[in-house]
Design a binder for this molecule. Structure first.
Ligand SMILES: [Zn+2]
Length: 103
């Protein structure tokens, strides 16, 4: 996996809004995945990969990539909340990461 900040761009097909029903299902799926909730943070080896991973997450409403708005680490134990925002449809959510540095 590359460490560079990859931006996926497709020339012919931009993001588009899906139905509310599908968006709801996709949000649930995101919440069941690691990183979707505070209780289930995605384990990463270093803080440097948090932002690329957050930006690689697709918006459940329009499948555009999220943009990182800010980091917070209010919960101790290395858990970070990353606030992300979709520029296309204005969806906002938090993604959760835990830094699990090899000792
Ligand atoms: Zn979106």
């Amino acid at each position: 996996m590359s460490r560079s900040k990859t931006r996926f761009q497709s020339a012919d097909q931009g993001p588009y809004l899906v139905s509310d029903e599908l968006a709801r299902a996709r949000r649930q799926l995101l919440e069941l995945s690691p990183g979707g909730t505070r209780q289930r943070p995605l384990e990463v080896s270093s803080a440097a990969v948090i932002e690329p991973k957050a930006e690689g997450t697709l918006c459940p409403r329009c499948s555009d990539h999220f943009e990182v708005e800010g980091h917070e680490a209010p919960f101790g134990q290395g858990v970070r909340e990353v606030k992300v925002h979709c520029r296309f449809c204005d969806e906002r959510r938090s993604l959760w990461f835990r830094i699990n540095a090899p000792s």
